[in-house]
Design a protein around this ligand. Structure first.
Ligand SMILES: NC(=O)c1ccc[n+]([C@@H]2O[C@H](COP(=O)([O-])OP(=O)(O)OC[C@H]3O[C@@H](n4cnc5c(N)ncnc54)[C@H](O)[C@@H]3O)[C@@H](O)[C@H]2O)c1
Length: 353
């Protein structure tokens, strides 16, 4: 049994705790969170409780740790794990800044202690199927992608003050998952040009953004996101894999290549009946379903394999840092009204090191 400790038993941490207690290959070794709810959770699950993570890591000596703490605590907690040779899974975003992400990346790589970043969508059946379809060459060379995350968060979601302030908006909370999927499926991002708006709610933080993306391999992409508009076009609905949303089958991401196109999450592939057929002939539609596995269980299976050194992290610290940098580039591009490169954003990590 792989012994995994939990750092932070809030909204997402509680989900990890439940997943760990029901997994056949892992046990929940301890919970660290000073809140009263966490004390109760640990008692209910019959596991040791700690208020601080360093003494917990020293006392429990877990094989792995899940870090589900507020963003600014990801880096110190990850460094504490790496120092003790404990493989950790860090919830997204890897850290609150590229500089903090760079510290985690440097520590992980120099100590040879793997880190997995919790971008769970890469483990979801639809994204896995899309990845397989692209890698099998079924779409041919990718040309263009277009995606959407449009949903309406309720007013009381913003009762927490930090959600109204920079860092608490739709970019770092939601778009970061979409950026991660785009990097995973299409390739590394070269540069970004974006507009953001807070017109829907009038908060200091953005609620809506339109983004143009140039990928290093020449593919061009666009993405539209808002947490203040009603629509079914968001992975949370279309995948049927999110924790707190109903399933609403349909598409939210469109990938078009020289040979065929694919929509996610409905997983329809559209191609000519015969390659290079005339554009006025009807296309053929095929299905590339992803299967019925569960995203968060798949992620935990993978994390256990990483802890046992049976697999390399699907999203390493370096990878998670690039996803964060590209997401922050959206904000900078809008604020400064210019194109922002990933190289420029990543330099902040290098300069801070
Ligand atoms: N992957 C996803 O889809 C997803 C979903 C939700 C949240 N998240 C991420 O997970 C992290 C946690 O988010 P959340 O919504 O669960 O937050 P939350 O505020 O509900 O939970 C955070 C918990 O950390 C505890 N905590 C604070 N300081 C601590 C410390 N020093 N030591 C131990 N515990 C401490 C708090 O008491 C709280 O219970 C964030 O980074 C967030 O971005 C990811």
């Amino acid at each position: 049994m792989t012994r995994i400790a939990l750092l932070g038993a809030g909204l997402i941490g509680r989900e990890h705790a439940e997943l760990l207690t029901s997994h056949p290959g892992a046990t929940l070794a301890a919970i660290c969170d000073p809140s009263g709810e966490a004390v109760q959770l640990a008692a209910r699950l019959g596991v040791p409780h700690f208020a601080e993570y360093a003494p917990m890591l020293d006392a429990v000596k877990p094989d792995g740790a899940i870090i589900a703490l507020p963003n600014h605590l990801h880096a110190p907690a990850a460094l504490a794990c790496i120092e003790r040779n404990v493989v950790c899974m860090i919830e997204k975003p890897i850290a609150e800044s590229v500089a903090a992400a760079a510290r985690i990346t440097a520590a992980s790589e120099s100590a040879g202690v793997p880190v997995l970043v919790g971008h769970q969508r890469r483990h979801s059946p639809d994204i896995r199927s899309a990845k397989r379809t692209i890698e099998a060459g079924e779409l041919g060379q990718l040309v263009a992608v277009n995606g959407m995350t449009l949903f309406d968060k309720p007013d009381n979601y913003f009762d927490a003050t930090w959600r109204k302030q920079p860092g608490g908006g739709v970019l770092l909370i939601n778009l970061i998952h979409d950026i991660d999927v785009l990097r995973h499926l299409v390739g590394e991002i070269d540069s970004i040009r974006a507009f953001t708006s807070s017109a829907r709610r009038g908060f200091e933080v953005e609620d809506t953004a339109s983004i143009a993306i140039r990928f290093v391999n020449g593919v061009l992409g666009t993405f539209l996101i808002s947490d203040g508009a009603v629509s079914p076009w968001a992975w949370e609905y279309t995948s049927g894999q999110a924790l707190y949303h109903p399933t609403q089958p349909g598409p939210c991401l469109f990938l078009a290549g020289r040979k065929a196109a694919l929509s996610v999450s409905d997983m329809y592939l559209w191609r000519h009946a015969n390659e290079n057929e005339h554009w006025q002939h009807p296309l053929v539609r095929e299905h590339r379903p992803g299967g019925l596995s569960l995203t968060y269980v798949n992620q935990l299976d993978h994390f256990i394999a990483v802890i046992r050194r049976e697999a390399e992290p699907l999203i390493s610290a370096r990878d998670g840092m690039a996803t964060l940098a590209a997401t922050l580039a959206v904000d900078r591009s809008s604020r400064e009204d210019r194109t922002v490169t990933l190289t420029e954003m990543l330099a902040e990590g290098t300069n801070a090191a």
